[in-house]
Design a protein around this ligand. Structure first.
Ligand SMILES: NC(=O)c1ccc[n+]([C@@H]2O[C@H](COP(=O)([O-])OP(=O)(O)OC[C@H]3O[C@@H](n4cnc5c(N)ncnc54)[C@H](O)[C@@H]3O)[C@@H](O)[C@H]2O)c1
Length: 367
């Protein structure tokens, strides 16, 4: 049995608590806000999972017990991620530190230091892009590896979802102004909140041997009323180091949601869907000769986090995995594209990412 401490008794804190408890692990949730802990016990957890689990310990951050943990999860708003991560890695590093997505704010301030602290502490730092570890992604990876679609030529990814669903899951919030979501600088807006699309594009690009994204040309639709300031639509055209071109779309306005990837190959195509219909993810593929195959994968919301926690379990048991799709480096690569998107939009220019210079603002060149 592993011991887990989770920072943040909000939506993701509850999802990941349930995933860890389903493994039989010992979970402590902490929050700066005592009302959030009470809401978890009285409302969020029982309404999602059918009842409160009295084995879960709850504490405010100033009443934390003096204990080591195997796994620490940071499930707070993005602008708190790196400060908490630094504190954890400098004081009592766990075996695995899982930080929710997006890893940080688009300024990337403090990001490079986390790379150094990971090295110094010996902890494995992961970033919560859970869609890289779900069943539909595993199946799509097998189809790609089998060369069913021939040579992959281009990837198109979208996470377009009206954020009414997020607010429905947070009835104590009146709208984006009440949280980081309405503030681009805090990691909100479509570019940060739906960065699963950038990340899954990068994941499939890795699997297809296309390399990292080095060029970005982006356009945002900004909402700015003097109080809130965020991108409600974020569109990016990208080019990889091997010269492949593709596109990524994220927004907080599309209803019903579209969460999908299409990979066009030299012979056929592969499509990947989240919530293809009520209760299923899916993959569809065509080899260019026979018929289009469709595979429905039954799933519930808790299944979105099952593969991620199983992956964390394998790291806790066997040690760091070389090619983890949720490694710190992968999460940082996604942050570099988010930063590039903002700079491209601001300058109305294509921008280039130079990874050699580290994870910082200066690594983006306006061309
Ligand atoms: N992977 C996914 O599918 C997924 C789903 C939902 C949320 N998320 C991510 O999880 C993060 C949190 O989102 P959420 O919807 O759960 O937010 P939320 O507002 O529901 O909960 C965040 C909680 O963190 C607490 N908090 C803030 N600062 C803290 C600190 N320093 N220490 C301890 N607690 C602190 C707040 O009081 C709040 O209760 C975001 O980065 C979001 O993008 C990911």
């Amino acid at each position: 049995m592993f011991t887990v401490k989770i920072y943040g008794a909000g939506s993701i804190g509850n999802h990941l608590t349930y995933a860890c408890r389903s493994k039989g692990w010992d979970v402590l949730i902490c929050d700066i806000d005592a009302a959030a802990l009470e809401r978890t016990r009285e409302d969020i957890y029982p309404s999602r999972y059918g009842g409160w689990d009295p084995e879960i310990r709850l504490a405010t951050v100033d009443n934390l017990p003096d204990e080591d943990f195997d796994l620490i999860i940071i499930g707070t708003p993005p602008d708190h991620h790196l400060n908490l991560a630094k504190k954890v890695l400098k004081t009592r590093p766990p075996k695995v530190l899982l930080i929710e997505k997006p890893l940080c704010t688009p300024s990337l301030e403090g990001a490079q230091e986390i790379v150094e602290l990971q090295e110094a502490s010996g902890a494995f730092v992961a970033v919560g892009y859970n869609h890289t570890l779900t069943e539909n992604t595993n199946r799509a990876a097998q189809i790609l590896a089998g060369q069913t679609i021939g040579k992959p030529l281009t990837i198109s990814a979208k996470f377009r979802e009206h954020w009414g669903g997020i607010f429905a899951a947070h009835p104590w919030l009146n709208g984006p102004q009440d949280t980081y979501l309405g503030f681009l600088e805090r990691g909100g807006g479509a570019s940060g909140e739906h960065s699963h699309a950038i990340n899954i594009w990068q994941h499939f690009a890795h699997l297809a041997g296309m390399g990292r994204i080095v060029e970005v040309s982006a356009m945002l639709d900004m909402v700015n009323d003097g109080k809130i300031r965020y991108d409600r639509i974020c569109l990016a055209n990208v080019r990889t180091e091997a010269g492949y071109v593709g596109d990524i779309a994220q927004d907080v306005v599309t209803e019903p949601a579209q969460k999908a990837v299409r990979i066009q190959g030299s012979n056929g195509y592969l499509e990947w869907f989240v919530n293809y219909d009520d209760g299923h993810d899916a993959v569809c593929y065509f080899d260019g000769r026979t018929t289009v195959k469709q595979e429905l994968i039954a799933k519930t919301r808790p299944d979105d986090f099952k593969g991620e926690i199983e992956h964390v379990e394998s790291i806790l048991i066997d040690g760091a995995s070389e090619n983890s799709p949720i490694s710190l480096e992968r999460g940082l690569d996604t942050m570099m594209v988010i930063l590039a998107v903002h700079l491209s939009h601001e300058h109305r220019k294509t921008v280039r990412i130079n990874y050699e210079l580290g994870y910082q603002l200066e690594s983006i060149e306006i061309v």
